[in-house]
Design a protein around this ligand. Structure first.
Ligand code: PEP
Ligand code: MG
Length: 575
C-alpha cells in the first residue's frame, strides 16, 4: 500500500481499478525497410503528403469563413512548406538511400532543418521554424495514423490516471459515463479540468507529480477527493474505512437535499442570491434538481472544444435555447467564450497554440476582439435565445475600458444587423463583466457606467494578483485565495460597485468554499455562483452563518497582514 498526497480537486471518494491514459506524443521509431519495399515506403510518404494537403485545404476553408482572408494566409504558407523540395525530394531520397521508414526519414530532415534555423539570427526565420514543424507534425500524424484512444470508448468503470488531462478530455469522460474518479500528475484545484470534474461530481485529486508512472492499469486505487490523497493497492481495512466514509458523504447529501427551495438567508435574515455555474447545456437539468435561483455563470467555451470548426449560430442558439427551456424565467448569465489559457481549441487560430505563456496570452475577450466574427456569431445566438428576456451577457478577461467599449460597439452592430434582418431584439440583456484581472478591479469605477453588474472570477483573480499559474502544481502552495491582496481587491470591487448601486457576484471556486463563503457574504457580496454539485452545501454554509458577526470579522480580516492569520480567524468561527 502506498499513499500519494496531492491537491483535493473534486469532493468525493472513488474506489476502483486504475486506467492509465497515455500522453498524446507520437513515438517515432526507426525501422529498417527491405530494399524491395522501399518504393512502397516512398509511395506511403507521398500519400501522407496528399492527405496533409487535403487537411490543410479543409482548415483553410474554415479559417476563411470564420476569420477572414488575412488569417488564411498562414495556411497558404503551410501549403508552400508542404511543396518544399526539403520535404518532397529530400525525404524520399533518404528513404531510398538509407532504407529508412518514412516517419524517421522525415524527422531526420526536420532535425537538420532545425539546426539550420538555429544558426539564423532573425526572428522572422525563427517563426518559420514553428510553421515547418507544424506541417511536419501533421504529415507524421498522417503517417502514423495515430488515434488517441478515446476516453469515451471506455468499457468498464475505472479510475483515470494521467500525466495531464485537458478540459477537452473531460468532455469524453462525461460521454463515457464510466469514470469513477481521476488523478493526474499535473494540475491544481482551480484548473479547468478540476472544475469540470467537480461539475460532473467525479472525485479527483491532481498535482500528484508522478503517479502516472508509479502504477499500472488494473491497480486498485482509492481516490480521496476530500483530503487530496490517492491510496495505491489499499489494504482491505482501508477499503472498508473509505466505503464507510463514502456512505457518510451520501448521508450528508441527503441532509443537504432538504435545503432545496429554501432561501439562501443567513441566520440573522440577510438574503443573498445563490446561483449555479453551468459548464454545458447538458448539465441544465441539474438546475431543477437543486432548485437553483438561476445561472450566475454559463461557461460556453466547451461548445468550441474537441472540434476543428467554430460552432455555428444555429448550434449555439440550440444550446442556449435548451438552457432557457430547462430553466424558464431564471436569470441566465451567459459568458462569451473564454477560449485560450488551458482551454486551447483546434480551431486553427494563429497564436493560440504553442503560446509560451497561455494564461497571459491570447484568451477570452482579447481573442474575440481580434476575431470579431466569432463574437458576433455568439452574440447573435444569445440575442435570439433571449426569448424570455432573462439572459444576461458577461465578458471574460476584461482589462480596459477600451475593450469594454469595443465589445459594446460590436453588440450594438449585431443588434442593428438583426433588426435589418427583421429580428428585433425584444429586451436588451443586462451586460456585465468578469473581474479576473487586477487591472479591471482597480479601474472598476470607470467601467461601471457601461455595465449592469460585475462578477468576480476568483480563480483567475487569484492567479493574476499573485502571479501564480493556476494549473502549475509546483507553485500551488502559493495559490492562496485568502491572501490579503486578493481579499482587499474583492472588497474594493464590492465597495466600488455598491457606490453605484450595481450588484456583485462571485463565481470562482471560492464561492463554494465553506470557509470563504462567510467572508465573502460578510464583505457584502450579493450573489454566489457555484457548481450544481456544491449548491446545497453552499446554501447550508450561508444559512449557518450570522451576517452581522461576519461583516465585523471580514473587516478585521481585511486588516490582517497574512493569509494564515485570516484563515485562523475565519476557521475558528466557522468550526
Ligand atoms: C474564474 O476565473 O473564477 C472563473 C469563474 O472563470 P474560469 O474558471 O472559467 O476561468
Ligand atoms: Mg476565469
Amino acid at each position: 500500500m502506498l499513499i500519494k498526497k496531492g491537491v483535493a480537486a473534486s469532493l468525493g471518494i472513488a474506489i476502483g481499478k486504475a486506467h492509465i491514459v497515455k500522453e498524446d506524443n507520437i513515438l517515432i521509431e526507426q525501422k529498417e525497410i527491405p530494399p524491395e519495399k522501399l518504393k512502397a515506403e516512398v509511395k506511403r510518404f507521398k500519400e501522407a503528403l496528399d492527405k496533409t494537403k487535403l487537411d490543410l485545404d479543409v482548415i483553410r476553408t474554415k479559417i476563411l469563413t470564420v476569420l477572414g482572408k488575412q488569417h488564411a494566409k498562414l495556411i497558404d504558407a503551410h501549403h508552400l512548406i508542404l511543396q518544399d523540395p526539403l520535404i518532397t525530394k529530400e525525404v524520399p531520397k533518404l528513404i531510398m538511400s538509407k532504407g529508412m521508414n518514412a516517419e524517421f526519414a522525415l524527422s531526420e530532415i526536420l532535425d537538420k532543418a532545425e539546426e539550420q534555423f538555429e544558426k539564423i539570427d532573425d526572428e522572422f526565420f525563427h517563426e518559420r521554424k514553428h510553421d515547418v514543424f507544424d506541417v511536419g507534425k501533421k504529415i507524421i500524424s498522417n503517417l502514423v495514423n495515430s488515434e488517441k484512444v478515446s476516453l469515451k470508448d471506455l468499457k468498464e468503470p475505472v479510475i483515470i490516471v494521467a500525466h495531464n488531462l485537458y478540459p477537452s478530455d473531460t468532455l469524453h469522460i462525461r460521454e463515457s459515463n464510466k469514470v469513477l474518479g481521476f488523478c493526474m500528475d499535473l494540475g491544481s484545484k482551480s484548473s479547468h479540468t478540476a472544475i469540470f470534474a467537480q461539475s460532473m461530481g467525479i472525485p479527483a485529486v491532481v498535482g500528484l507529480s508522478d503517479i502516472s508512472r508509479q502504477i499500472v492499469s488494473g491497480d486498485t486505487l482509492v481516490v480521496d477527493g476530500e483530503q487530496g490523497m490517492v491510496i495505491i493497492s489499499p489494504s482491505p481495512e482501508i477499503i472498508e474505512k473509505y466505503k464507510a466514509r463514502k456512505e457518510e458523504l451520501q448521508k450528508q447529501e441527503h441532509f443537504f437535499h432538504r435545503l432545496r427551495g429554501l432561501p439562501a438567508t443567513t441566520r440573522d435574515g440577510h438574503k443573498i442570491s445563490l446561483m449555479c455555474n453551468l459548464d454545458s447545456a447538458e448539465d441544465a437539468p441539474e438546475l431543477a434538481v437543486v432548485k437553483a435561483e438561476g445561472v450566475g455563470l454559463y461557461r460556453t467555451e466547451f461548445l468550441y472544444m474537441n472540434r476543428d470548426s467554430v460552432p455555428t449560430e444555429e448550434e449555439q442558439l440550440k444550446a442556449y435555447a435548451s438552457v432557457v427551456k430547462a430553466a424558464p424565467a431564471m436569470p441566465l448569465t451567459i459568458r462569451t467564450a473564454d477560449i485560450g489559457g488551458d482551454r486551447a481549441t483546434e480551431l486553427g487560430i494563429k497564436g493560440l497554440k504553442d503560446e509560451r505563456n497561455p494564461f497571459m496570452g491570447f484568451r477570452g475577450i482579447r481573442l474575440f476582439i481580434k476575431y470579431p466574427e466569432l463574437l458576433k456569431t455568439q452574440l447573435r445566438a444569445i440575442y435570439k435565445a433571449n426569448t424570455e428576456g432573462t439572459i444576461k451577457i458577461m465578458i471574460p478577461m476584461l482589462s480596459s475600458v477600451d475593450e469594454l467599449l469595443t465589445v459594446k460597439k460590436i453588440a450594438a452592430d449585431v443588434k442593428t444587423e438583426l433588426a435589418e434582418e427583421g429580428f428585433a431584439v425584444k429586451k436588451d440583456p443586462e451586460f456585465g463583466v468578469m473581474i479576473e484581472i487586477p487591472a479591471a478591479a482597480i479601474i472598476l469605477d470607470s467601467l461601471l457606467g457601461e455595465i449592469d453588474f460585475v462578477s468576480i472570477g476568483t480563480n483567475d483573480l487569484v492567479q493574476y494578483t499573485l502571479a501564480v499559474d493556476r494549473i502549475n502544481q509546483y507553485v500551488s502552495e502559493l495559490y492562496e485565495p485568502f491572501h490579503p491582496a486578493v481579499l482587499r481587491l474583492i472588497n474594493l470591487v464590492v465597495q466600488t460597485a455598491h457606490k453605484k448601486g450595481k450588484p456583485v457576484s462571485v463565481c470562482g471556486e471560492m464561492a463554494s468554499d465553506p470557509f470563504a463563503i462567510p467572508l465573502l457574504v460578510g464583505m457584502g457580496v450579493d450573489i454566489l455562483s457555484v457548481p450544481a454539485k456544491m449548491y446545497l452545501r453552499s446554501k447550508h454554509a450561508v444559512r449557518s452563518m450570522n451576517f452581522e458577526k461576519f461583516s465585523a470579522l471580514a473587516q478585521r480580516a481585511l486588516g490582517l497582514p497574512t493569509s494564515d492569520e485570516i484563515r485562523r480567524l475565519i476557521e475558528e468561527e466557522v468550526k
